[in-house]
Write a protein that binds this ligand. Sequence first.
Ligand code: ZN
Length: 247
Amino acid sequence: MTSSVARSVRAVLVTVAAMVTTMAVATPAGASPAPAGPHGQQSRPCRNGYVGLTFDDGPSPTAPDLLRALQREGLRATMFNQGNNALARPELVRAERRAKMWVGNHTFTHPNLPQLEEAQRFQEIASTQWVLRDITHHEPTLFRPPYGATDEAVRADADRIGLLEVLWTVDSEDWNGASVDQIVARAATLADGGIILMHDWPPNTVQAIPGIAQVLRDGGLCAGKIVYTPVAVPFGSTSFHAHAVKP
Ligand code: ZN
C-alpha cells in the first residue's frame, strides 16, 4: 500500500467513524431499534412464550359461561375436573373438550390426599380417571392434587396411573374472594412456561377472562398446553415437573 492510498483509506475510515458517531447521537438513549406497534416486531404474538391457564373443581353448572368467555378470547385452558362433578354433568365435560380445552384429573371428592389411607387415596385418583375416560374417550394425562397437597405417596399413585402432577407458579386467589382486578393483576405476573391456578366456579373468574386475555397479549404470551419438564419448578417446600408450551 502506498502512503497516499493509506491516507485515503484513513480519511474514509475517519468519515465513516464520524457518521456512526452522528447516528449514535441522533438516536435517543434507550430507544428501541424496532419500534413497537401494530406492524413492528414487538407485536408478534407469543413472542415471550406460553402460559398454562388452569380451572379446577368443575365442571360446575356455570362452566358454559366460562367456556364461552375463553372461546371469545381464543384462549385454551386445562380444566381439572372432579370425578363426582364429571359424573353429575358429563355433557359439560364433553363441552370442555369441544371448546378445545384439556381435561385433567382433580380427584373424585376433593379430599386432602396425604391425609387418606393408601387404598382410598389411590381410589380417589383412579376412579376419576375411569369416569373422565368413559365420558371423553380420551385418557387424561394431567393431575392436580386438591389444595396442592401432595407428598411422595400421592406422586407415586399419580405415576402408577400415568398422570403428571401439575401444581402452579401463580395463585389467582379466586377461591379466596379475589376481585376481578386482583385476578387479572395476578395473571399479569405469569412468566414463560408458568401455570396459574383458577377455578371454574367463582363469578369473578369468568368476569376476569377478557382482562386476562389483554394482559397476556400485552406481555407477548399465549395460552399453552401443560407438559412434563425435567426442570424442578419450586412450589413451597417441594417442587413439580410441569410447564406450559406451544399447543
Ligand atoms: Zn380444587
